[in-house]
Design a binder for this molecule. Sequence first.
Ligand code: HAM
Length: 423
Amino acid sequence: MITAIRGTHDILPGEVEKWHYVERTARRLCERYGYVEIRTPIIEREELFTKGTGETTDIVQKEMYSFTDKGGERVTLRPEATPSMVRAYVEHSLEQVLPATKLFSLGPMFRYERPQKGRQRQFHQLDVEVFAMSDPAIDAEVIDLAWTLVNELGIGQAELLINSVGCKACRPAFQQALVAALGDDLPKMCQDCQRRARTNPLRIYDCKVEADQPIIDRLPHAIDYLCEACAAHFAGVRAHLDAFGIPWRISHRLVRGLDYYTRTTFEVLGQTIGAQNALLGGGRYDGLVESLGGPDRPGIGFAAGLERLVLALPDSVSATRPRRAFVVAIGEDARGAALTLLRELRAAGLAADMEFESRGVRAQMKRADRLKAYVTLVVGGDELARGEVTVRDMATGAQRPVARSAVIETVRTALTGRETTEA
Ligand code: HAM
C-alpha cells in the first residue's frame, strides 16, 4: 500500500465540514473588514523566499522544499505566503488597481519540520496582508481582525502577545546590546545560538533548548531600545487595542522567526493544542516590499494555522450537513420515475440521493438511515398510478401520500432552513 507522506494529512469527510466552518468564518470576517481575496501559486522561485523570508531563518536554512525543475530553474513550494503576496502586489501594481491594498488568502504551505500535534509538513494558512499603511490604527485593525476571528470561532482562553522589534534605525543598538549581554555565556549555549549570535542575534530568542532558557531570560528587551518614532508607534498600537477592549500582554521574546519584521509583532496563543500553541502570528514589515524590488511601502499582516484553529474549535462545533431527502423506488418499473424525481429535487436546490444498485426496499431504507436522510420519498407502481408519492418522515416514521405535483414544495418545507447535526 502507498501511504501519505509523513507530515501530510488527508482531511476526511466528517472533518472537512469543520474546515468549511473555519474557512467560511474567516472569509466572511475578512470581507467585513474590507479585505479582498487573492490566490497566488503554491510554487515560486526559490530566491523569493531566500530574500523575502530571510537567509538566517530556520525556514530558509532547514525547512524549504526546493528543487531544480526540468528547465533547470530553482523553485520552492511556498513555506509561507507573505513573500508571494508582496511579489503579487509589486508585479501587478496592486496599489493602483485596488482602492485599498488589504488582501487575504487561504491555502497550503510546506515546511520540512519534525511533525507533531499541530505541526505538519503540509499545513494551511489564512494569510492577511495590508500594504502602504503605517498608522498604528492599521496595526490595531489587523490585530483586531485576528483576535475577532479566534473569538468568532468560539475558541476560548486565547491570549494575545505583542512586542515591538524596532526599525532599521534602532535595531542595531538592540543587537549590539544583545551580543554584549551574552558575553561569557555564549560559549555555553547551543550551536544554533552561537551561529545566530554571528548572523542575526535576534534569532536567539527563537531557541527552544532547555539549558539556554535561563540565559535568554536575562537578555535585554527590544522595547527598551526603541527610537522615539518606534516607541510612539508602539504606544499608539496599545492605546487602540485598549480602546477596543482587546486584552494584550507584552512578550519580550516575541521577535518572531522571520527576518522581515519591524516594529509591531504579535501572536495569539491557544490553550488546547499542546506544545505548538501559536494559533496565529504576524507583524509589521516595513522594508520587505522594497527589498523585493518594489516601491518603498510599509506592510503588516498575520497568518493563522488552519489545522490549529480546527484543533482548538470547541466541541459544540460539530460537523453539519444539509438535511437531505432520499428517494426509494419500489420495483424496476418505478426506477425511471424515481430518477426523474431525484433530478427535479436537486434542480430545485434540495439535497437528495437514492440507491443506484437495484436493491429491495429494505436495503434502500437502510441506506436512507445511514445517510441520516430527513425524509424518504417512496415511488412505486401504485403511487405512480394514483399520481402520488409517499413521503415518510424518518424521525417519526409518519407516512402520507402527497400529489406528485406538490412533492417538491412539500420536501422543501421539510428540509430547508435547518441543518442536521452529525454525530
Ligand atoms: P508563522 O509564525 O511562521 O508566520 O506562521 C503563522 C502560523 O502558521 C503559526 O502561528 C501556526 O499557526 C501556523 N504554522 C506555521 N508552521 C506550521 C506547521 N509546520 N504546521 C502547522 N501550522 C503551522 C508566517 O507564516 C508569516 N508569513 C505571518 C505573517 C503574515 N507575517 C506578516 N504577514
